[in-house]
Design a binder for this molecule. Sequence first.
Ligand code: AMP
Ligand code: GLY
Length: 428
Amino acid sequence: MKVMVVGSGGREHALAWKLAGEDCVDKLLAAPGSAAIAQCAECLPVAADDVEGLVSVALERGVDLVLVGPEQPLAAGLVDLGRERGLKVFGPGRDGAQLESSKAFTKTLLDEAGVATARWAEFTQVAPARAFAEELGLPVVVKADGLAAGKGVVICEDAEQVDEALISMLEGGRFGEAGARVVVEEFMCGEELSFIALTDGRTVLPLATSQDHKAVFDGDKGPNTGGMGAYSPAPVCDQAMQALLLSDVLEPTVAALAARGIDYRGVLYAGIMVTDEGPKVLEYNVRFGDPECQPLMMRMRGSLAEAALACVEGTLDRVRLDWADDAAACVVMTAPGYPGEYSKGDVIEGIAAANELDDVKVFEAGTSRDDDGRVVSSGGRVLGVTSTGGNIAAALHGAYSAVSAISWPGAHYRRDIGHRALDSGASA
Ligand code: AMP
Ligand code: GLY
């Protein structure tokens, strides 16, 4: 089949790399793709948010399946327009994408479905929001309702921070429209995990477990990022936890979507906090996690293209996905300064040497090529250096060996990716 990947980051590089190795994929396109993705797909100059352009090019090129990486085109209605014109596009429509594009939508749906989540309320005015935050007690969490590139969540330790967050979002225009409405919610303590599944709107097929690290510095310190590293499997998510998340979180969520008339097909990614009272939903995403996707693609056996097509066609109950027994780990290397202002255009040495190492694949998230064909940084998260290994410790060892082969001025990465898994004895 002819498959088109939408997007240009590290997640999309991993998706394209996996698809390019599948027997059932005889032509792979990417829009817009990247210099790295061009090594395994034909890249088309159409932006990932150009919904009309993407649908037109997919029709022109006779694409059998469109696989969408990022959330923006889903929230902008790519699937709706594609379906209308007879394309098979993997992902939810605009209605289903609200699971990621509106926190208030998700919290309401979770309450309807009886799925555990933090106590919450939504506000457009500062005074009642402040009063509710006081009722919940500190720390308390203030979230912009809409898409804010992972930066719209503020964990407030004192009353000044509550005021600052509420006033900047509701009155100061921080995050624009996305922050014109906020969710104020109870702070939850525990260990976080990502639980990612495919669904065709009826069947829910969990992927292998994975976990990411959001904070920029070692010890989970510093501001949140899109993700500084990830590994799979995640020991915190044992068989019993997986069964519980399927029966008490994902399946009721899909049923609640269906009850609202929402035909949800695609990735369902639950951000979970495992609290003393059991697992509770932090958030939903409507796409693969980045960087969780990188280790997952290295472990996935069987065809991603066929599984995605089965979601679109409503036949996911016939699909089985197998996973390598090996673990996989991804260490993200970022530009200096990220997630704040960061430099671009630095020449990166060593990617080819790292890719030569056994079991290693360097997925490129924010790179381009300069006039001399050298790899240069072009984004905040630059590389997702990923390795498999007999267990998580071995996979991490492989990833860090590859990281040490790569350099550019000021490159940053966390030294403690996988620390929780290692503490739990996963290296044994
Ligand atoms: P979200 O985008 O809603 O997942 O929030 C981003 C990050 O903020 C999460 O991955 C958590 O680390 C943290 N967070 C969000 N909501 C809460 C909460 N209610 N309690 C504790 N931490 C939270
Ligand atoms: N790694 C977190 C995310 O993709 O949202």
